[in-house]
Design a protein around this ligand. Structure first.
Ligand SMILES: C[S@@+](CC[C@H](N)C(=O)[O-])C[C@H]1O[C@@H](n2cnc3c(N)ncnc32)[C@H](O)[C@@H]1O
Ligand SMILES: *[C@@H]1O[C@H](CO)[C@@H](O)[C@H](O)[C@H]1NC(C)=O
Length: 287
């Protein structure tokens, strides 16, 4: 009796998991039965993710949003200016990265290289009209860029993840800069093609998405003639996880003709003992 009961109880989570994971029930079971399985799946998901597992606690991006929104509410009376709100959200995300969990933002140390590169580009006589970030994640890098750009340029951030789309737009709103940022829930290369069709040129590019796409996306931008003269290209995580082919290209004969590149040797976000590099390259113009 005890064994049978145990087996029965154990079969419940197994059934739930198989129900949740079974793909395309309508294709396999037909419209009528498939629809009932879909409803079962949806109810099981609601049960698992609303009753059993608190997603906001287990998911790092949700947990960050939870932390930032509660702290912003607590601090709201002291945050009297727009700049103060933006500053506070950036600091809270860093605080989460250093003291609560770990996040894959550019972080406050390498982030200063990004800030300086954008500031230097803003001092050019040619205006900085369009800045693009590849890889949004929770929107931390975008917030740093928005702080430097101060509403003076179009700022586009690209990420195919709907989780990033939801979390980052909430953080932008908390920071009061939602209207300064254009979000593309898409892949880097699609956004490049769209910008090409619109006849746009990029003046600042922050590359921080999938490491193995750094070089191919840079080459795509070159091929589409998307980089404006003097465009500043900042690339994070050159050592960890690493984009060695991107770095080799920048220092190859071809790369040196197209870009002037500086290497900044720092450390992985929120981990002072783990080395990392940021590359800042200025586009010299098509050869
Ligand atoms: C390291 S995180 C970005 C961090 C962010 N730039 C910051 O500093 O706060 C990398 C992000 O790239 C996104 N990603 C993956 N493939 C992509 C693609 N093809 N184009 C743009 N983003 C992509 C991932 O979903 C992930 O959120
Ligand atoms: C940011 O923009 C506002 C409004 O356009 C302007 O008043 C302010 O001086 C700018 N701040 C900086 C640091 O450029």
């Amino acid at each position: 009796m005890g064994v049978a009961r145990g087996l029965l109880l154990m079969s419940i989570p197994v059934l739930l998991v198989s129900l949740i994971l079974a793909p395309y029930p309508k294709l396999v079971l037909g419209t009528w039965l498939g629809r009932w399985v879909e409803i079962g799946q949806a109810l099981a998901k609601i049960f698992v993710f609303m009753v059993c597992v608190d997603v906001t606690r287990v998911h790092p991006q949700f947990d960050t949003l939870e932390y930032v929104t509660s702290e912003m509410r607590a601090a709201s009376s002291s945050l009297t200016t727009a700049d103060a709100r933006l500053e506070k959200v950036i600091n809270l995300v860093d605080d989460y990265g250093w003291n609560r969990g770990f996040l894959i933002n550019v972080g406050d140390v390498k982030g200063q290289v990004l800030d300086q590169a954008l500031r230097a580009r803003r001092r050019d006589p040619q205006p900085l009209q369009l800045a693009v970030e590849l890889g949004t994640f929770v929107g931390y890098g975008t917030l740093r860029m928005a702080r430097v750009l101060n509403g003076s340029s179009t700022l586009i951030t690209v990420d195919p993840s709907v989780m990033s789309y939801a979390i980052a737009s909430s953080l932008y709103e908390q920071a009061g800069v939602r209207d300064q940022i254009t979000m593309k829930k898409d892949f880097s290369y699609n956004t490049f093609r769209e910008l090409k069709l619109q006849g746009k040129k990029i003046d600042a590019l922050f590359i921080d998405h999938v490491k193995k796409f750094y070089l191919s996306d840079l080459k795509l931008a070159l091929q589409l003639d998307l980089l404006a003269q003097n465009c500043v290209v900042v690339a994070d995580n050159i050592l960890s996880p690493g984009a060695p082919d991107y770095k080799s290209f920048m220092f190859s004969e071809e790369g040196r003709q197209l870009f002037k590149t500086e290497v900044h040797q720092l450390h992985v976000e929120y981990m002072p003992t783990w080395p990392d590099e940021v590359l800042v390259s200025t586009f010299l113009g098509a050869s």
